[in-house]
Design a protein around this ligand. Structure first.
Ligand code: PFF
Length: 457
């Protein structure tokens, strides 16, 4: 039939470990290091952790295996994949595809902020960053520097994508992911030696059920589910795309388990760095942890300022965050490049260049939204927050809900089960998978949607 359509398909990961590192590289990102710790801190430490882990091995596992299996089975980018699975669901691919187009630009903007912090610490000026937020707001409130760092970050991302799946993404992931793991374990061990940190660790790891109400539980559950999408790069075509590059002979179920373990461990370790050190720094005041998104950019530099060797630890920390953000941005950009190349039959170089320019232009709206356009809002949100809200709170739950309906009630779970069995003899979690896809996942998704959208919980 159409020979050209195999242009993309020819490319693929060369090894199982290459696939696992690349997919884990996608999953492990700002979500793990910047978002997970502040959510865990906000929603009661240990309880959030417990809920998150249970969700990861049930809900996250089922959604991730579905997406990778659809990708591998069809060998297509997200638009073609859903269409091939069932013509009636052709509309789902384009909806999922919108997400990386929205997220990639603003993700690179935040990646730029991280690069700026890395540059400040690496040049020995980390102490200048430690204040009540003036440095951070001053930096993002002025457009030129954020634009510069954003452009550098987006350029590095594009460079890897241009090199291709094996020579770019796989190679860089195989180098960066082990480095990232060593760094995060090293920094976590070091920060736990700070006096007072162990009490923070207790707050973080041990669930405290006293005074925990049903409504608090529901909020924790919803926050944990939202975080799971974000962290595991679900419902936005990334895992479908990476699945399409996965070798048939490799174990799907085993790979998904390893990706999940990697992703969840990094999130927990990031929390182990941030929560106990902030706890110790604030003399055990949990309110210090309730700083939301500014925890990493404002509170943490203050901790580094007082910590012994904090300037060096801070430098390593922001280097680690930059690596995590880079491998995730690569997967986001790769997803849009794969769509553009598949649709237009353009080569990778041209496709990536066009997508890079797109990222720069749209990303600028996020940069300007905090500076020269700070009076402009969309439905009350600043640009970056609007992009984040619309993708994470609206489109992603819809995509996941419809993916469950497609698999559970149209193509049937056997469609996925057969693909899982291509690379291994047994689908060990088949029973769990069916229950999740047919009932629990769709119900959870409806709860998320209703709460996010209508109740604005
Ligand atoms: N999973 C990655 C992270 O946790 O940062 C990348 C990512 C993808 C983040 C998509 C957010 C998102 F909506």
């Amino acid at each position: 039939m159409d020979m050209n359509k195999n242009e993309n398909k020819k490319e693929g990961f060369g090894s199982k470990i290459g696939f696992i590192f690349a997919a884990a590289g996608s999953a492990v990102g700002l979500g793990n290091i910047w978002r997970f710790p502040y959510l865990a801190a906000k929603y009661g430490g240990g309880i959030f952790l417990l809920v998150y882990i249970i969700l990861a091995i049930t809900f996250g596992f089922s959604l991730m295996i579905s997406e990778i299996a659809i990708g591998r089975k069809t060998g297509k980018s997200v638009i073609g994949a859903y269409k091939e699975a069932d013509k009636r669901f052709s509309f789902l691919g384009p909806i999922a595809a919108i997400v990386p187009f929205i997220i990639t630009p603003y993700y690179c903007v935040i990646g730029g902020w991280v690069l700026k912090y890395l540059a400040v610490f690496a040049t020995g000026f980390g102490k200048n960053v430690a204040d009540d937020g003036e440095f951070f707001t001053g930096f993002i409130g002025e457009w030129s520097q954020p634009t510069l760092f954003f452009a550098v970050f987006a350029f590095l991302t594009a460079l890897v994508v241009i090199l291709g799946v094996q020579k770019g993404i796989e190679m860089i992931s195989k180098i960066l992911m082990p480095v990232l793991l060593v760094l995060i374990v090293g920094i976590a061990v070091y920060t736990l030696t700070i006096p007072g940190a162990l009490n923070g660790l207790k707050y973080y790891l041990l669930p405290n059920f006293s005074g925990f109400t049903f409504s608090a539980f529901l909020k924790t559950l919803i926050a944990a589910m939202g975080q799971l999408f974000y962290s595991m790069s679900l419902a936005m075509g990334i895992m479908v795309t990476y699945g399409s590059y996965m070798r048939k002979e490799d174990s799907l179920e085993g790979s998904v388990r390893q990706i999940e373990i990697f992703d969840t461990s990094v999130a927990i370790l990031a929390g182990m760095i941030i929560v106990p050190s902030v706890f110790a720094f604030s003399n055990g005041d949990p309110a210090a942890l309730n700083k939301g998104p500014s925890l990493m950019f404002i509170t943490l530099p203050n901790v580094f300022k007082t910590m012994k060797g904090g300037q060096i630890v801070g430098g390593f920390f922001f280097f680690l965050v930059a690596l995590a953000a880079l491998t995730s941005a690569i997967s986001l950009l790769e997803t849009i490049v794969s769509i553009v190349c598949e649709k237009t039959k353009m080569n990778r170089f041209l496709g990536t260049t066009i997508c890079f320019v797109f990222v720069l232009v749209v990303g600028l709206t996020s940069v300007f939204g905090y500076s020269i356009w700070d009076k402009v809002t969309i439905f009350g949100y600043q640009f970056l927050d609007f992009y984040d809200f619309i993708s994470n709170n609206v489109i992603m739950p819809v995509v996941s809900l419809l993916t469950c309906v497609l698999i559970g009630y149209f193509v049937k779970t056997k469609y996925i089960e057969d693909e899982v069995l291509v690379g291994e003899e047994k689908f060990r979690a088949k029973g769990l998978y069916k229950v999740m896809i047919l009932a629990i996942c769709p119900i959870c998704m409806l709860i998320i949607l209703i709460s996010n959208f209508f109740l604005n919980l």
